[in-house]
Ligand binder design. Structure first.
Ligand code: MLT
Length: 265
């Protein structure tokens, strides 16, 4: 479905009943990244998965930025009449989750931060973003997809599930260039979220794919160590999109966390 939020339309899936979970996808994905979680968790939870502006079925509309994405999520919770949700953000979705916490902490019941980092881009990373922006503008989304595919899944998935790699690549190639460029600028210019970590007072689970080649393990450990009482879990045999590479393991870890923090019986 499409839902009107902050003057634009966002694509969104809203499935199941129970404690609300809000899923925030990474770059350059869309809400379909969460299909294994929607099917696996919607029997016990209400799963809400939007396309961020510029991705999937959402409008491609300025301004782009972590704060704007976060305000869109808060607006979406209003539109779907949800007070508070467990927010599950992967990679760029984690950057958005930090912004959501800074701006709308009262909407966050708990956090699951997947394959993400708190630090801002350093100069080298900022230069790589600018290169990718130039690539997107000159050669389109397919070229960005090709440039990003190597690190997107882990070694085990590349060897054992090449069809998943092809499916992800095809999906990326359909992303509107303006949405990609907006998100690349938003990531390049995002603030350092390290000072945010110690302010997080809700139950938090940090999940790392063992073979993640995009966000090094030490960055993920820093996120976990910085948040009071956060839990840390590693999914073996999975890379940057561990939720689709090993969906059963991912869903089991999230279900245990939800049960322990009281969202599900
Ligand atoms: C993502 O998966 O969202 C991106 O790879 C994150 C990033 O490039 O910093």
């Amino acid at each position: 479905m499409r839902c009107r939020v902050n003057g634009i339309h966002l694509g969104v899936d809203d499935a199941g009943h129970g404690a609300p979970l809000l899923f925030v996808h990474g770059f350059p994905h869309d809400r379909t990244l969460w299909a294994p979680q929607l099917s696996g968790l919607c029997t016990r939870c209400r799963c809400v998965a939007p396309d961020l502006r510029g991705f999937g079925e959402s409008d491609v509309a300025e301004p782009f930025g972590m704060d704007q994405y976060a305000d869109d999520l808060a607006g979406l919770l209003d539109a779907r009449r949800i007070d508070r949700a467990v927010v599950i953000g992967i990679s760029m979705g984690g950057y958005v989750s930090f912004a959501l916490w800074r701006r709308h902490a009262d909407r966050v019941r708990a956090l699951v931060l997947v394959d993400t980092r708190a630090a801002a881009d350093d100069n080298a990373a900022r230069a790589r973003r600018s290169d990718l922006i130039a690539l997107a503008e000159s050669r389109g989304a397919g070229a960005v997809a090709d440039a990003m595919m190597t690190g997107m899944v882990g070694r085990t998935t590349r060897e054992r599930n090449p069809d998943l790699v092809l499916a992800l690549r095809d999906r990326f190639a359909g992303t509107p260039v303006a949405g990609l460029v907006g998100a690349l600028r938003a990531m390049r210019d995002r603030p350092d979220s390290t000072p945010t970590l110690r302010t997080i007072t809700v139950p938090t689970l940090v999940i790392a794919g063992e073979e993640d080649a995009i966000v090094p393990r030490r960055e993920q450990e820093r996120v976990s160590a910085g948040i009071p009482d956060a839990r840390f879990a590693v999914i073996p045999g999975a890379g940057h999109v561990c939720n689709v590479e090993r969906p059963a393991a991912f869903n089991a870890i999230v279900s245990q966390f939800l049960s322990d923090e009281g969202s599900i019986p």
